[in-house]
Design a protein around this ligand. Structure first.
Ligand SMILES: [Zn+2]
Length: 445
């Protein structure tokens, strides 16, 4: 009922593979089992039993290796993902078939599938694979489109984007089927600000050549082990400010900060400086007393400039900062700050989230929520979608990796319905999806 009336706007092509697809892939080419084996052994402490794993009698074992059902255990999720990687080879012929197969059974009237290739491919190989995917979608008889996930690290994203632009000039099928770029996989260490120039270029290209415009999609605020909750919230907001059209997950933006009460998080001094500067620029000061902000930024900048030898413990509770600079325990490392989530500070962070959500609601940006993925990987207690909706931020629903989570978009809507969202709200979300596909958001002519 839901699936037929909405668009699937957040899913990864190889995350859609089911048991049948995995069997087919394994029969096509010998799996590279070492990938799964080492990941499995590292996670579970013993070897997986892969003898005859695709035999129908072992379908329960196949499921346990390839479907992730735990909560908050990223290594186990990675294992399931590595199972898929082991049986897949991502050669041109396979990519064509996978695109055709997956899109061919799609229930939604329109779906966008994301695909990531690593730095091991030459740009020529990269282009050939993108072409093969687009041809697969073209043959599928359904409205299936491709979004290429660009590489977050280094400068590769720019080269990949150049290759996509070039390919769109040469190939009508790529022009038709390629509708966006995305950034996914590990986000820690890759602040959205690093992509400022690239985003700007894509937005300019879109304006100048609307017939080949690409939406900018960005996974952010899903995993933020390296920083404070408020810094992760800031990353979400900055991604929208930089011009991303749709944001994936954004858990940090709407997660109840009370889930952090009486805990501590660490982040680099540089990250904290960025946070203070952001608070100043957006007139949302939460980290310290307003009168202390300028001197605090200077203090941290000096600390950073002096390097590792000059650290101090600096308990600044007297001036009302929410954090302290770490004791000099590892002299060769960059100084870090520890943020404490006291009752008072939890409320300030909540206010920070609320006010940024209000501003996001005024911007042309859409958040993609993936309930099963967020609950199992993010291990959040209450889904942030309630707060997004409360603040009128446009939200769409995606199944993310329906194969690995053994779910589909219908089930994802049912989860939200059970979680208290009214039919009316869900209908609104479906309507938002129907007008937030990449063509519409990027201004494709
Ligand atoms: Zn995703």
């Amino acid at each position: 009922m839901y699936q037929e009336n909405t668009y699937e706007l957040h899913t990864h092509l190889y995350g859609c593979l089911n048991q049948e697809d995995l069997r087919w892939l394994a029969s096509r080419k010998e799996p590279r089992w070492h990938i799964f084996q080492s990941s499995f052994e590292e996670t579970y402490g013993h070897k997986p039993d892969l003898e005859g794993i695709f035999h129908p009698q072992r379908s329960q074992d196949l499921r346990s290796y390839s479907v992730y059902e735990s909560v908050g255990n990223f290594p186990r999720f990675q294992c399931c993902f590595d199972f898929v990687i082991s049986v897949a080879h991502a050669d041109e012929e396979e990519l064509f078939q996978v695109a055709k197969r997956v899109s061919g059974r799609q229930k939604e009237p329109l779906a966008e599938y994301r695909m990531l290739f690593g730095p091991q491919l030459s740009m020529e190989e990269y282009s050939q694979r993108v072409q093969a995917l687009c041809e697969g979608f073209e043959q599928a008889d359904q409205d299936g489109y491709l979004v290429m996930s660009l590489w977050r690290g280094g400068d590769l994203a720019r080269h990949q984007y150049d290759a996509l632009q070039d390919l769109m000039k040469r190939s009508a099928v790529v022009r038709k089927r390629l509708v966006g770029v995305d950034f996914c996989a590990k986000e820690e260490g890759f602040p959205p600000l690093e992509k400022k120039e690239l985003f700007k270029r894509i937005r300019t290209d879109n304006q100048n050549n609307p017939e080949t415009s690409l939406a900018i999609l960005y996974h952010v605020g899903e995993s933020f082990q390296d920083k404070s909750l408020e810094s992760a919230v800031r990353w979400v907001y900055q991604s929208a400010e930089l011009g991303a059209h749709r944001l994936g997950h954004c858990i940090a933006l709407g997660q109840d900060p009370a889930e952090f009460l009486n805990t501590e998080r660490q982040e680099s001094v540089q990250e904290r400086i960025h946070q203070l500067e952001f608070e100043r620029a957006h007139d949302l000061i939460i980290s310290c007393a307003e009168s202390e902000l300028e001197s605090e930024i200077v203090r941290l900048q000096e600390l950073l400039a002096k390097g590792s030898g000059a650290r101090r413990t600096g308990d600044r509770s007297a001036t009302g900062t929410c954090y302290s600079v770490l004791q000099d325990s590892t002299p060769d490392q960059e100084p870090r700050v520890t943020v404490r989530y006291t009752e008072d500070y939890v409320e300030r962070v909540r206010d920070f989230q609320n006010r940024l959500m209000k501003r996001l609601a005024e911007m042309p940006v859409v958040i993609e929520v993936c309930p099963t993925s967020n609950l199992r990987i993010g291990a959040i207690q209450k889904h942030p979608v309630h707060r997004f909706l409360e603040h009128k931020v446009p939200v769409v629903v995606g199944a993310d990796d329906p194969g690995i989570f053994d779910t589909n978009l219908e089930t994802e809507f049912q989860i939200l319905e059970r979680d208290g969202l009214s039919r009316e709200t869900l209908s609104e979300m479906m309507a938002t999806a129907r007008k937030s596909h990449s063509h519409a958001m990027s201004g494709r002519a």
